[in-house]
Design a protein around this ligand. Structure first.
Ligand code: NCD
Length: 319
């Protein structure tokens, strides 16, 4: 823990970008989680640790939590932050993502956090990043959302201690969820013993499509069965923006069949905790009594989002 700084530097491989859980090594992921836990335990120790550095938030898809938490994380450590969004930028005038990125790179950022509707967008930018520019994926289409997975892992670790002790259900629109994809990849690597995937017919992709998908993944087609005996449940929003009109379920029917209600928590058993990456649609995928109830860790996730993003920025940028 208290090894001399020089030695720590030699032993730690440099992390250049953070674009996907699946392409990160287990060592990098454990290191990031340990750092996030240290930040959460004493965020003040990281104040001003990245003084004067520049983060550009390039968000070409809607966001509240992720964008704001990147900004707060960066500011807490003394960084400058510039926000670029689709509607106030030349992306609206037809400029490509690559050209937009190159324009921003020319202004000397240390880091660009990018959110984009296309899978692979962050990797495309990482490939063209100049030396000294680090790229973080803040969500690329339905592919990955690695900092969300990190904050979810931190939240579960704080709640349960050991990952091996966790039986988890992920419920809802799994097929379009980058959160589910990154969570499954990270939590499997960290040793979560069972991950149950459940949702309406056709909404849970074949288990082989999850690279990390080993023996710990199981598929369920009924909510009652999926939650029986689990100790954590991650609920997902219906990603209407990634669906045709014909696919969109009626919210009332959806809530009846797939909405998480107090009786499901009784099936899950004592101590079960509920997570949701947000934004949530109350009365659709989750009943308000559950979202606001004792089992909910939803606000803790939001708080941990700042700590997880501080950890990622610090690991990428601190010399
Ligand atoms: C998620 C996202 O954008 O992938 N939200 C988030 O980042 N907290 C989930 C969602 O939009 O439903």
């Amino acid at each position: 823990m208290n090894e001399p700084l020089g030695q720590a530097r030699i032993e730690k491989p440099e992390l250049r970008h953070f674009t996907a859980i699946e392409s990160s090594t287990s060592g990098e992921l454990r290191d990031l989680l340990d750092l996030a836990a240290r930040v959460a335990a004493g965020p003040g120790r990281f104040d001003d640790s990245l003084n004067g550095r520049l983060l550009i938030n390039l968000f070409l898809e809607a966001s509240t939590r992720t964008r704001v938490s990147f900004e707060i994380a960066a500011r807490r450590m003394g960084m400058h932050v510039v926000n670029v969004s689709e509607h106030a930028s030349s992306v609206e005038k037809g400029e490509s993502l690559e050209d937009t990125f190159d324009t921003l790179q020319a202004m000397g950022p240390d880091c660009v956090a990018v959110r984009h509707p296309e899978p692979g967008a962050a990797d495309r930018l990482a490939d063209r990043a100049q030396p000294g520019v680090h790229v973080i994926n803040a969500g690329d289409g339905g592919a990955e959302h690695p900092t969300q997975a990190l904050l979810d892992a931190l939240t579960l670790q704080q709640a349960f201690g050991r990952f091996e002790a966790i039986k988890l259900a992920i419920v809802g629109d799994v097929q379009h969820s980058r959160v589910a994809r990154s969570d499954i990849a990270l939590l499997s690597r960290l040793g979560v013993s069972e991950i149950r995937l459940a949702g309406p017919a056709g909404w849970v992709p074949p288990l082989e499509t999850f690279h990390a998908g080993g023996s710990n993944l199981r598929k369920f087609d009924r909510l009652d069965e999926a939650v029986t005996g689990v100790n954590a449940i991650i609920m997902l929003r219906i990603q209407r923006e990634r669906m045709d009109a014909a696919e969109q379920p009626d919210p009332v029917d959806y809530h009846r069949l797939w909405g998480l209600k107090p009786r499901h928590l009784r099936l899950a058993g004592p101590g079960c905790r509920v997570l949701h990456p947000g934004p949530m649609n109350r009365g659709v995928e989750i009943a308000p009594e559950v979202a606001d109830g004792e089992a909910s860790l939803i606000r803790t996730q939001v708080r941990n989002g700042v700590f997880a993003r501080m950890a990622v920025l610090h690991r990428l940028l601190a010399a």
